[in-house]
Design a protein around this ligand. Structure first.
Ligand code: GN1
Ligand code: MG
Length: 358
């Protein structure tokens, strides 16, 4: 998009300061993100084009984010830094709809850092504190939230999508990935059995973030402490275990999510322990017995789901995730599967680590 088009969109939002430039920021898989700058000492803003293929209900999503951030603001010392601040459009809506695209804006929080990788156990601990605190601040949130992505971490629904995608085989890739398909099928019952515990209420539901990788935690540049969880697009109701599991999937991987060298990929138990310690320092007392019992397993559950989602997207012709090259989703599938195997291999240790922390 041209600078002028971006400026025109940015200026539809009710900012206090006048936007003078819009620059690209970061490389998300899903949305397009920009920073909208103003001159002098005025605030800067984050402007995002929301991917409405991934988020079919942007108004519902923005309503969730607004409700959750308002709740947090009433419970923290510095409401402009300890959670996102949504900037509504000048017409009062929480988004701008323009030529079929949905845009949203929030305040840019200055003097902060994010990390792409949890390279130290200290950082992993802090990340655990970040998500633990996010959940703790929302423990008394009672409003219903919109389900903005149907069955996001619901493996029963993912298997329905999976079965339909395999049956359709839209780009003729199913035969090529028989081995990878068996990785999924061999674990179908085990994963559905876990999810049944959520469906029955044995594992309760809460407000969850649903994308807890370290790059979604904002740290204060001056103090080094956790400030808040960002990227609230997937805030919904689910089990808080999924937030834990997804963080472990991303933090405690010795390799990259799309590593081409599988020898590099595996679970780092020190990072696992550190994240769990930080998380439980905020959450231990409010979790019930079954949540604590299944906490370690949640890392396997979410990693399995990610293997399924990457492979399903590959079979579907790479429609969901942005890819950098033809087999990118297949490379991701194999790398995440390697991580899953490593978690399975070390599961007893993971389980014992949690038992010792509670
Ligand atoms: C997507 O775009 P990003 O990095 O925030 C995805 C997550 C996946 C992740 C895998 C809405 O998140 O669920 O775990 O990619 N988000 C959505 O890297 O599907
Ligand atoms: Mg995200």
């Amino acid at each position: 998009m041209t600078q002028e088009q971006l400026l025109n969109i940015a200026r539809l939002f009710a900012t206090d300061s006048k936007i003078t430039a819009v620059e690209t920021l970061g490389q998300g898989f899903i949305n397009d993100t920009y920073i909208a700058r103003s001159t002098g000492c005025g605030d800067d803003y984050i402007l995002q084009r929301k991917n409405h293929h991934v988020f079919p209900d942007v108004p519902g999503m923005m309503a969730n984010i607004k409700a959750v951030t308002e709740h947090i603001k009433q419970r923290v010392a510095d409401p402009r830094r300890e959670t996102l601040t949504i900037i509504p459009a000048r017409d009062g809506k929480l988004y701008v709809e323009e030529a079929g695209n949905f845009w949203a804006m929030c305040l840019y929080i200055p003097d902060t850092v994010t990390y792409e990788r949890a390279d130290t156990t200290e950082l992993a601990y802090q990340g655990g504190v970040g998500i633990g605190r996010f959940q703790a601040l929302l423990a008394d949130f009672r409003e219903p939230l919109n389900e903005t992505i149907k069955g996001f971490h619901n493996i029963r629904w993912r298997f329905e999508q999976w079965d339909a995608t395999l049956a359709a085989d839209p780009v003729g890739r199913v035969n090529e990935v028989a081995k990878e398909i068996s990785w999924i099928e061999n674990r179908r019952e085990e994963m559905l059995a876990f999810w049944s515990r959520v469906e029955s209420g044995e594992i309760p539901t809460h407000v969850t973030h649903n994308d807890t990788k370290i790059s979604n935690i904002l740290f204060d540049k001056t103090t080094g402490n956790v400030l808040c969880a960002i990227d609230l697009d997937t805030v919904m109701s689910s089990t808080s275990l999924n937030d834990f599991g997804d963080a472990i999937r991303s933090y405690a991987n010795t390799g990259a999510e799309d590593d081409t060298c599988l020898e590099r990929v595996g679970i780092n138990l020190e990072v696992f322990r550190a994240y769990a310690e930080g998380y439980l320092s905020e959450q231990r007392d409010s979790m019930c017995r079954s949540e604590l019992e299944w906490l370690a397993f949640s890392a396997r559950y979410i990693t399995f789901e990610q293997v399924l989602r990457f492979l399903m997207d590959y079979i579907d012709g790479d429609k969901y995730y942005k890819t950098a090259y033809r087999d990118h989703n297949l490379v991701r599938t194999r790398a995440q599967y390697k991580l899953l195997e490593s978690m399975e291999h070390h599961y007893d240790e993971m389980y014992s680590i949690i038992q010792r922390l509670i």
